[in-house]
Design a protein around this ligand. Structure first.
Ligand code: GNR
Ligand code: NI
Length: 172
């Protein structure tokens, strides 16, 4: 297992639409394992492959609360096949936008079809934080970051602050 580097806004890779995985083989599983280790170390509750500069439709997630047993989940080629009319607003963060949070409204529940770690087709109804997180991750696969839902002014302000913080940390 290995920890991977997470890229930050405004890296143009984060605007890339990732391509489907055609076969769930040992290489795919190795990347999923490395992504999971990277996500736990960050720490975060989700990670899309594009955040470690791999433009493949792969996501790892674990929304278990601190102190609870770990509950790693793997999603390959995920698709939302149903979404609720009911919406939910959650204060979102992103490992590629460190230390910035903003309210985002999304469907409260979604039904998601995907391939699991073993390459088997699955379909799950996801609710609460799971629903918010999987939608945030699927957005990444389509080149969308949560700050894209904010006004251009707010988005640009956040991007400038992330760039400054990243530069400062290199100097220190
Ligand atoms: O760690 C994360 N927390 C989070 C909180 C609210 C909504 C979404 C997320 S996902 C984020 C990790 C990340 O950047 N995934 O892409
Ligand atoms: Ni994110």
């Amino acid at each position: 297992m290995a920890q991977l580097d997470i890229i930050n806004v405004p890296d143009p890779l984060l605007k890339t639409k990732s391509t489907p995985v055609d076969k769930v083989d040992a290489d795919v599983r190795r990347l999923l394992d490395d992504m999971l280790e990277t996500m736990y170390a960050a720490p975060g509750i989700g990670l899309a492959a594009i955040q470690v500069a791999v433009a493949k439709r792969m996501i790892v997630m674990d929304t278990a609360a601190e102190g609870e047993d770990k509950r790693p989940q793997f999603f390959i080629n995920p698709e939302v096949v149903w979404e609720s009319d009911e919406v939910n607003t959650y204060s979102e963060g992103c490992l590629s936008v460190p230390e910035h949070y903003a309210d985002v409204e999304r469907p409260a529940s979604v039904r998601v079809k995907y391939l699991d770690y073993d390459g088997n087709m699955q379909e799950d109804l996801m609710e609460g934080l799971n629903a918010t997180c999987i939608q945030h991750e699927i957005d990444h696969l389509n080149g969308v970051v949560f700050i894209d839902y904010l006004s251009r002014l707010k988005r640009n302000m956040i991007i400038k602050k992330v760039q400054k913080a990243t530069k400062d940390s290199v100097v220190l």
